[in-house]
Write a protein of this length. Sequence first.
Lengths: 220, 743
Amino acid sequence: MGASQTRSEHKYQDLMDKTGFSVEQIKNLHKRFEQLSGNEETISRENLENIPALANNPIRRQIIGAFFDKRNQHQNEVGSFEEIGFEQFLMVMSHFRPPTLKTTEEERETMRKEKLRFLFNMHDTDNDGTITLEEYRKAVEELLSKSGAIGQEGAKAIADAAMLEVASTNVPHMAPDDFYEGITFEHFEQILKGLEMESRMHIRFLDVDTTTMRCGRSTS
Amino acid sequence: MAVLRLTRSSSGPRLTEFICVLLLVLVSVASASRDVDDPHHQTNSTGHKKAFPVLSFHYEEVKKPLEISLWILLALLMKLGFHIIPRVSNVVPESCLLIFVGLLVGGIIKAIGGEAPGLDAKLFFYYLLPPIILDAGYFLPIRPFTENLGTILVFAVVGTLWNAFFIGGMMYGVVDLLSCLLFGSIISAVDPVAVLAVFEEIHINELLHILVFGESLLNDAVTVVLYHLFKEFAHAGTVTVADAFLGVVCFFVVSLGGIMVGAIYGILGAFTSRFTAHTRVIEPLFVFLYSYMAYLSAEVFHLSGIMSLIACGVVMRPYVEANISHKSYTTIKYFLKMWSSVSETLIFIFLGVSTVAGPHAWNWTFVIVTVILCLVSRVLGVIGLTYIINKFRIVKLTKKDQFIVAYGGLRGAIAFSLGFLLTDSDMKNLFLTAIITVIFFTVFVQGMTIRPLVELLAVKKKKESKGSINEEIHTQFLDHLLTGIEDICGHYGHHHWKDKLNRFNKAYVKRWLIRGERSTEPQLISFYNKMEMKQAMMLVESGSAAKLPTIVSSVSMQNIQTKGPARRRAIPSISKSREEEIRKILRANLQKTRQRLRSYSRHDLLIDPFEDVSEVRFRKQRVEMERRMSHYLTVPAKSQETPPVRKVCFESEHQIYTYDDSESPRGSAQASRPHPSSPDAVSLLDESPQRPSQRGALRTRGDAEVRAKAPDDKEEQDQLKLSRCLSDPGPKKDEEEDGSFLS
């Protein structure tokens, strides 16, 4: 046990540096990973889709898609995986770490950019670097999909309004024949500036053992 | 009237000052006069026949209402005066000025020889305090409040307890322990009125605001329990362990009981509002009365009235707002703001007057020690508690935050009134004096210096929220995303429970408490609709002074719509350059074109739903406009897709011009009048989007003259249709259905 422990810690060291999690957090997430994957090395989309709690989530598809998106691995690749290993799982999870008291201003900036990039990737499904009107419409539709029958028109209207807002704030003086291609990452950053993503987009990663809690496919 | 005053700047302040002085004197005289007996009454009783009194002086009969009105009038004029003199109001917070005025009035009254009215505790707790708390509770920003609830509760409960015991314990030696603890419990609570008054002017970021403010609201339960506890025991003389235990139980009963009472009344109020569709006028009253009942009911059992009121407002609000008309919503908002403003002003003035009036027992050591102890205990408490809290918070509180939280612990009128309620003893005067000194110190010194300190420390200010739809979309998106990630991670966090609560709310509660189809409306849609309405309001009210960013920009739907075949059909609005051309031409012939055009938007058509805009003004304007426009303009209305019609609410002026860019207009300005366009737009939504443009053009040209004196009912029908279509997501043919947006 001793030898493997140091080996795993060494392995975790690498992950710790890359993702910023602590050893306990990584261990817990690893346990969860094994639970989801059925003790295998990789998880596939079905594994995630089988989580019962996710069934009620309107943007379930996009969340699951984000895990398999190569862009979120920060290695300048594009496309998507079929299955992901623990390292990729952890990379995606690291986007949801909160800032600490010791985070400097520029680290916060980087964090915010990273998180916004994650969101951007979720919307920009065809990976052309912009969120077109169609993609945005789709995103809003998905968001409203579980909320009852408001129909396509409503989602379209809202997406159009949002798009208009982005265009107006970022490119205020467009000639009548100009065409606003889509929301670029800079514009995306600009309009969501007020939300302070680095303080909002995070979840609490526990340092304690969570396997005793009900989770996974078996219950809830 | 304020504008008038501003223009005559030199005479304005002087006039105000004169009136203020006059009122000051009047009020003083009114209060001081007690012996103005009506001589006529006495002579009548002697049977001696007098001449019939043509004009007589019956002051006594009207005295009470007159005095009250004079006081309130004085308070409001003072408030008005402060804002006219900008220099002072920038440096000194309003609360300080009002206390100062109170001191003046008290001084005058005393000088005249009358007896100044003190701050009657009953008056304060039953009439002056509830409006302020209801205003705070009804408009409490729920999201930051619930996100920081843990922190707020720790500060409120543990912090207040610590303050009370520290101060009481340190004072031991002056008087017996229990009286000290009683005093400690009175002086330890942060006061919501003072906090509101000061923090409203400094505009710090949401987190700090909600921390201090939430603490000031929630510590009421602790204060109530401690106060009653020590008051009882001060008489008894000793405290046993059993009593202490009962005290703890009492705390839970008081706080949870208060919240429950509030929640019950809140649900009752929400349920009642479901049926008020036909009696819209009394809707606001239900909100006010149910809340007041919640407060009084809680007070009957000595539960925490403040928490009850807050709970009632918070529970009631989402459902009531979905049910009531827009006018009622505005009424509620303005009445609450009005009452709370008046209450606040009166409280501070009375505080000043009571200072002059009240019996004082000045004890240098006691007072100074109290002040120092208050400061020290507050600072220590905040630092200690933050250290513990930061272990559990994700977004930690920095040293700057801690400083502001500590510095913002202002004491106010609640402490004073509680002190006033003490039974008479020599302690009472001593305590009262100390309490008043602490209040003055916190309000004057801390209140005045907090603003420069905030600037100095570069504390984050409140961000200007313009209700961006992108932010709303992404806030909701984030909610779902984080819930999803939590589910994947496998633990039940904050988001999971929030999500569960939302679903429960939607599935069961909303169905009972919200009328009609709005119960199933998703939040994003309601937000979107609210935004549309708000923008409509702003445009209509501001006329030519509209400064919406969307209007400034020249981006319109055509810039966003995909190019290609769709474009030929779907140009809903005119670009800025065209508009300028038209404007130039119009300017030559019409007066105030810009103003008319801006106000002459879709929102004009919605005059009936948005009735709080001056109808007469708009009808006149519209008729004028039509008359002139009909000479110059015609409209070749193009068929439109639904989104463009909806889109125009953000660039409303563009809707007037509905013609196709692709076929460049032959020189002459072409713009539609909203009349023709509205039926087009409306019928468009009812029918298929493909409409030949000819039909539109023909209709408008033909009817150009006739339309000038538009038949009102057709207008209204169109407006109704248009507004309904625009405010409800899908096109619906059912125009009988009274959407909740239409009052």
